[in-house]
Design a protein around this ligand. Structure first.
Ligand SMILES: [Zn+2]
Ligand SMILES: [Zn+2]
Ligand SMILES: [Zn+2]
Length: 173
């Protein structure tokens, strides 16, 4: 089972996450003979600025601030599309927002643990879940092509805060 829930949901040095994510992105782009252009890299870094999903409009706004000029929406969408195809980022359907993928090179469940209190999202990939969905689909004579599971609840940090009665706001990056 691959999981980044311990990292995503706890206070940590997030600059290390961004650094590692960028390194993975560069390798993956090289392998696919694709270029991590400035716009792609900037959009990617914006999405990785935290473990909370970010919407396309927000990306556009922040990019405009960074660049000091408005960036055409189709340009931003193309960058998002490029990153999605390589599994470097994922769209969380219910939030219509994007999150960086911690293991773009590995088998995927597209299983997201969404904290309803602080908004952080951790991704998990679980072989058992994949097998279960595949088997269930086959039984229904359904050809499974993609999947996305959104689990809603409280992250470890928020669970702990609730149990200890701490009312402090979100602390994790
Ligand atoms: Zn992080
Ligand atoms: Zn992923
Ligand atoms: Zn939380």
């Amino acid at each position: 089972m691959l999981s980044n829930s311990r990292v995503a949901h706890q206070p940590h040095d997030h600059s290390r996450c961004i650094h590692a994510a960028l390194a993975r992105a560069r390798v993956l782009c090289d392998e696919n003979e694709a270029r991590l252009t400035r716009i792609r890299e900037d959009v990617f870094t914006l999405i990785w600025q935290s473990h909370r999903p970010i919407g396309a409009y927000q990306i556009q706004d922040q990019l405009a601030q960074q660049w000091g000029k408005r960036v055409a929406p189709p340009t931003v969408y193309r960058a998002i599309e490029f990153l999605s195809v390589l599994n470097l980022i994922h769209r969380i359907p219910s939030l219509n927002a994007f999150i960086g993928c911690p293991f773009p090179n590995s088998a995927h469940s597209h299983l997201f643990l969404i904290c309803e209190n602080c908004g952080s999202v951790a991704e998990m990939s679980h072989h058992g879940v994949n097998t279960l969905l595949q088997t269930a689909s086959e039984k229904a004579q359904f050809t499974l092509q993609s999947q996305c599971l959104e689990l809603f609840g409280l992250c470890p940090q928020c669970t702990q805060n609730r149990n200890t009665g701490t009312s402090a706001g979100p602390t994790n990056a």
